[in-house]
Design a protein around this ligand. Structure first.
Ligand SMILES: [Zn+2]
Length: 372
């Protein structure tokens, strides 16, 4: 199937593989490199869609597995799809459900045909074939759908990795063959574990099938940072330069800076939202644990370099008080700040690439972290 790439390259670093571009979907154009806040259950936890727009998020992520088991894709389709259901008119990427199913471990069983698993809610038996993963995502109406893939735990033997990666390839072909809604994009996922030659093979398989974009899966699963960077570097040269590259489930601010350096365009991670609810806030000089006693009387904002709603209006002392008192507002204000930090980081990254000074941006980024 011949497709026109939804990705447009706007600028390229002369110092590394970093690149600045944009991706067009049925719900607009988002700028890359981009961070996608994770909205697991048709909500980015603790914030409204208005908050997300204020923060500057152009695309968010939905979890197919969670929406499939509750409230069900048919119900969401009756509401005109996920955009209408959750009142978000920006772009949405949905994962295939594979990662969550594999996280169920003893509750999941993989065969050639698909994944058998039990619902984490009521234990009911469910079966998801690659074709079903696409049907569910087409019902959700997401702008970017992901193929069902098999997740390879770390560590895994080469032999097992070969088998699992080959199955991901066959499932990708099956996903492609039932993809009928053309204004929904479909991305293929490269696996291959921690073996560079298997990463290359998997990338070539995906490119042969032909997708609207390519993801690097199976990283941030317990391997070292060095291995994660090595596998990213082992994959990207085998993907077409005129398509977006998405590094799945990664990661820390440092991971984003390093991923961009190596040519990644898209990222997602629960870290900013989950950490916000745990009271860990990201700042330009590193992490801040808001419950610490040292912030009890601190009148400063979380980060004096941050222009988010929380930092413009509230002190560390107030946020600490809310958090230790377990007030609901703590989750809301902390999440706004952390998402703003991630989204602004990506905006600064884009600007640095446009001005071809990504290398000095990266040095400054680490310099500020060490200055703490
Ligand atoms: Zn802030």
């Amino acid at each position: 199937m011949v497709t026109k790439s939804p990705y447009t390259l706007l600028a390229r670093s002369s110092e590394c593989k970093a690149r600045r571009g944009e991706v067009a979907t049925a719900h607009g154009v988002f700028q890359t490199p981009v961070f996608m806040p994770v909205g697991t259950q048709a909500t980015v936890k603790a914030v409204t869609v208005e908050n997300l727009k204020d923060i500057g998020a152009g695309i968010i992520l939905g979890n197919t597995y969670h929406l499939f088991v509750r409230p069900g894709h048919r119900l969401i389709k009756e509401f005109g799809g996920l955009h209408n259901f959750m009142n978000w008119d920006g772009s949405i990427l949905t994962d295939s459900g594979g990662f969550q199913i594999f996280s169920l471990k003893e509750l999941a069983k993989i065969s050639e045909d698909g994944a058998a698993f039990r619902s984490h809610l009521d234990g009911s038996r469910l079966f998801l074939r690659p074709e079903d993963a696409i049907e569910v995502q087409q019902a959700l109406g997401s702008d970017i759908m992901m193929c069902l893939d098999t997740c390879i735990p770390y560590p895994t033997t080469r032999e097992e990795t070969v088998k699992s990666t080959a199955l991901t390839g066959r499932w990708a072909q099956r996903c492609r063959s039932v993809h009928t809604v053309r204004d929904q994009l479909l991305f293929g996922i490269v696996q291959g574990g921690m073996y560079p030659e298997l990463r290359k093979e998997s990338a070539e398989t995906m490119v042969d099938i032909g997708f609207d974009g390519y993801a690097i899966g199976g990283l941030s699963v317990g391997e070292s940072k060095e291995q994660m960077h090595d596998m990213t570097e082992a994959t990207i040269p085998h993907l077409p330069d005129d398509y977006a590259v998405y590094l799945m489930g990664v990661g820390t601010p440092e991971d984003l800076v390093e991923g961009v350096w190596r040519g990644v365009d898209m990222f997602d991670c629960v870290m900013p939202t989950r950490n916000a609810r745990n009271g860990t806030l990201f700042t330009s000089t590193g992490k801040l644990v808001i419950k610490n006693a040292r912030y009890r009387e601190d009148k400063k904002p979380v980060d004096s370099n941050c222009s988010c709603y929380t930092c413009r209006n509230y002190s560390r002392a107030y946020l600490r008080h809310l958090f230790v008192s377990r007030e609901i507002l703590a989750y809301h204000l902390n999440t706004i700040h952390n998402l703003h930090y991630y989204v602004s980081l990506m905006s600064s990254i884009r600007e640095a690439i446009e001005n071809d000074r990504y290398s000095s941006f990266r040095n400054d980024f680490y310099g500020r972290l060490e200055s703490k």
